[in-house]
Ligand binder design. Structure first.
Ligand code: ZN
Length: 349
């Protein structure tokens, strides 16, 4: 028996082609919850993109896009340590997309004091038309203020002198950029290139595209159309559509049309109108030529008769309700309804 196995291996090796580690990429939803609502343990919005080859299980580069509530826990289920992320990208400064970064960077600072600084890529400070400044830089600079004021950072510094004296914020290398209406390069490492484009949701919103030899992924975030209310051709962002041309995968937050002002959800129209509907995203993904559309940050979550204070007209939606809205609008690729840890691999195995 033993001899037979050895023989089979020997034959296999003899005929095996020269070992080429083929490039590969995975896209994993680290959190599928839409908005700050808490529902059945879903983590807050985020997407992990890993790129590498067969030999390293597609994991030479690890990029996190948004980091909502519970991101660190979802990463731990993937055996990804806080110290192993190369960069975090923020689409915008809404707490549902950013609060998970607080425990992620605290974890990296406390447990991996020798780890390199983590790149934090986000929009430069921007004035909101509502009269205040939206600042990713300040969010990061003050990320551990509560723990500094409670005395915890001093306590942990006393316990381990290798930790950076200025606390977790000192472990972040903020690379802010001014979002523009054309794609601009914002980060790269080897074969992995990340570009960004300005998009509308709140001031400073940006959407990202990752290009690799294994495929391309667009992270739309909460982008909506620049024109804030109908009449408009679509609720989706024209810039995101430009960014998404020829991409393999589009990961995008969405809202179901049933929550719109013509129904009786009670959701204020501006909150509905600043998101992209699932049907408009289906049409946009088809125009862009995408093969996979990942609908995430679902407003409302499937199975929920409420979204926070607002009711879901006609009762809870199913995954099919979302899928159908994208397919009926013309999308011919694969629609994936995001759940935490849902993953797409390119190329498929
Ligand atoms: Zn959001």
């Amino acid at each position: 028996m033993k001899l037979k196995v050895i023989g089979a291996i020997a034959v296999g090796l003899w005929f095996a082609p020269p070992a080429h580690a083929a490039p590969c990429l995975t896209v994993t939803v680290t959190g599928a919850q839409g908005g700050p609502q808490a529902y059945q343990g879903q983590a807050g919005p985020g997407t992990l993109i890993r790129y590498g080859d067969d030999a390293d299980n597609c994991s030479a580069v690890r990029l996190q896009f948004d980091a909502g509530r519970g991101t660190l826990l979802r990463l731990s289920q993937l055996n990804v340590l806080s110290s192993q992320l190369n960069a975090v990208f923020f689409t915008h400064m809404h707490n549902d997309h950013s609060e998970g970064f607080i425990d992620l960077i605290q974890h990296r600072w406390a447990l991996f004091p020798a780890s390199p600084k983590i790149d934090v890529v986000c929009s430069d400070d921007v004035g909101s038309p509502l009269g205040f400044t939206v600042s990713c830089k300040k969010f990061v600079a003050h990320i551990a203020d509560a723990m500094i004021h409670s005395g915890e950072i001093a306590q942990r510094l006393a316990e381990d002198k290798r930790r950076l004296a200025d606390g977790p914020a000192a472990l972040a290398n903020v690379r802010a950029f001014a979002p523009t209406n054309e794609p601009q390069a914002v980060w790269s490492s080897g074969d992995v290139k990340v570009s960004a484009i300005r998009s509308t949701h709140i001031a400073g919103h940006a959407s990202y595209r990752v290009d690799t030899p294994a495929g391309s992924v667009v992270i739309g975030g909460d982008a909506g159309n620049d024109k804030f209310a109908p009449p408009r051709p679509s609720s989706t962002s024209e810039q995101v559509e430009l960014l998404a041309k020829g991409a393999d995968v589009i990961v995008h937050s969405t809202i179901h049309p049933v929550m719109g002002p013509e129904r009786d959800s009670g959701m204020p129209p501006p909150i509905f109108l600043r998101q992209s509907t699932s049907s408009d995203l289906g049409a946009m993904a088809q125009r862009a030529g995408a093969k996979h559309l990942v609908l995430t940050h679902l407003i409302p979550a499937t199975g929920s008769p409420q979204h926070g204070a607002w009711k879901v007209p006609g009762g809870a939606l199913t995954e099919d309700d979302y899928r159908k809205s994208a397919v009926d609008a013309g999308f011919k690729g694969q629609v994936l309804l995001a759940k935490d840890l849902a993953t797409i691999r390119l190329p498929a195995k």
